[in-house]
Design a protein around this ligand. Structure first.
Ligand code: C5P
Length: 233
């Protein structure tokens, strides 16, 4: 006799949102996860935390073995503030969320992310986030490499100019100084590295839905993703 399939047997659904820096994928992923009451994986934060750990322990960006060891063993944790819902990233028990957003750390993250051994070391850490009732994962290779069986894959883009403008506004609002020309150059350099690296380059999965956030608000993007998700779940 064939056993009946119970709801517990169905795989935990995953929604992936990939795209370049500043496309809005992090914000859209967080709001979609909140609306569905799913878990949220910000995979970029893992790469950034390894980058910060490598700065703290003076492991060079070309030391493949040293970086892979850090990716496997660095004491990285995520905690959620139950009051605000904000997620903090801890490294060795210390809240490093603000440090991780620094341009220097993002730039270093994109350099260490070119090592296959680092990416392999982070695979398991990322897959462990797939827990009931479901997961929204954002990054560069969530739909292509980490969760190829995701029920819904989104590839979110926006022009480099729009992304630089958004970053400029964020920095000015925080009272920090910023130069739009150098922000655009940084974004283009990071894009170039992410799209053209040999291992797990940034690209849309064949079965991904492509969305362009250049002229759409965050809430329009979230509504679109939720409509697609509810159709598939
Ligand atoms: O998304 P975020 O800007 O925080 O990511 C920092 C860097 O980490 C990216 O520029 C990218 O090179 C790398 N990354 C990656 N794969 C992921 C997430 C991030 O290579 N899944």
């Amino acid at each position: 006799m064939v056993d009946a399939i119970t709801p517990q047997d169905s795989p935990v659904p995953v929604i992936t949102i990939d795209g370049p820096s500043g496309s809005g994928k992090g914000t859209v992923a967080r709001l979609v996860a909140e609306a569905l009451e799913f878990k949220l994986l910000d995979s970029g934060a893992l790469y950034r935390a390894v980058a910060l750990a490598s700065l703290n322990t003076r492991v060079a960006v070309d030391d493949t073995a040293g970086l892979a060891r850090l990716a496997l063993t660095a004491p990285i944790d995520f905690t959620t503030d139950n009051g605000t819902g904000n997620v903090a990233v801890l490294l060795g028990g210390q809240d490093v969320s603000t440090q991780l957003r620094a341009e220097e750390v993002g730039d270093r993250a994109s350099r260490i992310a070119t090592h296959a051994a680092v990416r392999d070391a982070l695979l398991d850490r990322q897959r462990r986030w797939r827990q009931p009732p479901g997961l929204v994962a954002d990054g560069r290779d969530m739909g292509t490499v980490v969760f190829p069986q995701a029920v819904l894959k989104i590839f979110l883009t926006a022009s480099a100019e729009i992304r630089a403008e958004r970053r400029y506004k964020q920095l000015i609002e925080k009272g920090l100084s910023a130069n739009i020309g150098s922000l655009l150059a940084d974004i283009q350099e990071r894009d170039d590295r992410d799209y053209n690296r040999k291992i797990a380059p940034l690209k849309a999965a064949d079965d991904a839905v492509n969305l362009d956030s250049s002229s759409e608000s965050v809430s329009q993007m979230v509504t679109k993703v939720l409509d697609l998700a509810r159709n598939r779940l």
